[in-house]
Unconditional design. Structure first.
Length: 420
RNA sequence: GUGGAUAUAGCUCAACUUGGUAGAGCACCAGAUUGUGGUUCUGGCUGUUGCGGGUUCAAAUCCCGUUAUCCACCCCA
């Protein structure tokens, strides 16, 4: 357990059997998102720092203190802290006619240099989508419906969807000013953090966990009051579409999404099965300037570590694990048999049969290895079998053993695998 | 970035308070009459006590530093 053998802080290896769960989650996600007309887009993990500073906002925590930034060849580069900006950078580079109406999804690692904690890693993994269709409540509702659909496909159980609007980006300053004015008179009642937030990030006062702050917030007008009628109407229409689709949600005027590029519809999905970091997924509509283009879209991201955490907390992770493919174990007695088994394995594999063997050892130890690996059948050959051109085939579950000619082995195993 | 807790065999943990040869269960390995796994029985292996320093005749144990993990804050998926 020396530190040289450990991964970097906040980053971890994923080994079997948990990695099988990850594969299954990704497979279900791809199937679901492709059913909604999304195509995969793979963007680099490394981007120019400016891709994020200009879209997420210079003052956001993610940009200010959580990015892995480094310099290479005089360029300021970074590991991507989220998925949307890189996808938009791709879109900006391809021109409007080609990317308008695009539906992309991504799966991959993101990096934020935060203090690790339950449900939070420095390298974490997200699946997300971005939809560049013209803005409409119908689109936002469809995207949120997809996200809920996906969480259901994973068997996540009850999750709470909180929905809100941030209004148009052009109106953000007016909302902030309105809230500041409303909170100024009550500043003395707020916690230290919130007094700081009033000037730095007013919206964050709304979702402070401090009870005293919540008491103040309850008496302050909700942010929607300071938005345009059109913004309120957009939210109402989106909600109506969600009702029609049977998607359950709760409008929460205090819901805040931190990144600057959000406008109009925003939402967050939480599970009660988790600890403090209970947000499993989030999403929203956004607008950003990149590469001389203005990009408008709607998307979501889901934290895979947290999905795994919920499934484990609910004891549902095993339900998603596919049964392992049946394995054949070859046992050989003596050097000659072991050599011949090495060649036989390649014949089995050519017939799409999964197989392994031990490099040597006693019959007992080879059988033990077969059992430990969970082999369904053992193919055993010693000197007798080699001279007679046969092999012993043992069913590990029942213990039954038969001897058959070598050329019958592949058909017999194929038939047994098919009938499992 | 801030605060609290923790670090002992491959795994889960004991021994620490009150310094005196580091232990259990599981796992692993080998046997139980000739070439057969799982259950059982018998035997065996396993550690620079995270790392570095200090105090002491003597440190897993007390002190300092460091690294990592866990939990929470901040923030976010």
């Amino acid at each position: 357990m020396s530190s040289a053998n450990q991964p970097v802080q906040g980053m971890s290896d994923v080994a079997a059997p948990e990695v099988c769960l990850w594969q299954r989650l990704e497979q279900l996600a791809r199937e679901t998102m492709e059913r909604y007309g999304f195509e995969e887009l793979r963007t680099p993990v490394v981007e120019f720092e400016s891709v994020f500073t200009r879209s997420l906002g210079e003052t956001t925590d993610v940009v200010q203190k959580e990015m892995y930034v480094f310099e290479k060849g005089g360029r300021r580069l970074c590991l991507r802290p989220e998925g949307t900006a890189g996808v938009m950078r791709h879109a900006a580079g391809r021109g409007a006619q080609e990317t308008d109406g695009a539906r992309w999804y991504y799966v991959g690692p993101m990096f934020r240099s935060e203090r690790p904690q339950a449900g939070r890693k420095r390298q974490f993994h997200q699946v997300g989508v971005e939809c560049l269709e013209p803005p409409a409540p119908r689109v936002d509702a469809e995207i949120l419906a997809l996200q809920v659909d996906l969480l259901r496909a994973w068997g996540l159980g009850e999750c709470e969807v909180r929905l809100n609007t941030r209004g148009e980006i052009a109106g953000h300053a007016a909302v902030a000013a309105g809230l500041r004015a409303a909170l100024a008179a009550r500043e003395a009642e707020l916690c230290d953090d919130c007094r700081r937030r009033i000037s730095e990030n007013v919206l964050r006062v709304l979702d402070c966990k401090n009870a005293a702050c919540q008491a103040v917030v309850a008496t302050v007008p909700p942010p929607t009051v300071f938005m345009s009628p059109a913004a309120r109407e957009y939210l109402a229409q989106t909600a109506a579409h969600l009702d029609a689709l049977g998607v359950k949600y709760r409008i929460d005027p205090r819901l805040v999404r931190g990144l600057d590029y959000y406008e109009h519809t925003v939402w967050e999905i939480a599970s009660t099965a988790l600890g403090a970091q209970n947000a499993v997924a989030g999403g929203g509509r956004y607008r950003m300037q990149l590469g001389g283009r203005e990009l408008v879209g709607v998307g979501f991201a889901i934290g895979l570590e947290r999905v795994v955490g919920v499934l484990q907390a609910l004891g549902r992770d095993r339900d998603l694990l596919p049964p392992p493919p049946p394995l054949v174990w070859l046992v050989g007695l003596g050097e000659a048999a072991l050599d011949r088994n090495l060649a036989l394995m390649q014949q089995l594999r050519a017939a799409k049969i999964a197989c392994r063997m031990a490099p040597g050892g006693s019959l007992k130890s080879q059988m033990r290895a077969a059992n430990k690996a969970g082999a369904a059948w053992v193919v055993l050959r010693g000197e007798d079998e080699l001279t007679q051109g046969v092999a012993a085939l043992k069913d590990m579950a029942s213990g039954e053993q038969t001897t058959l000619p070598l050329d019958r082995l592949v058909p017999e195993l194929t038939a047994r695998i098919a009938s499992r």
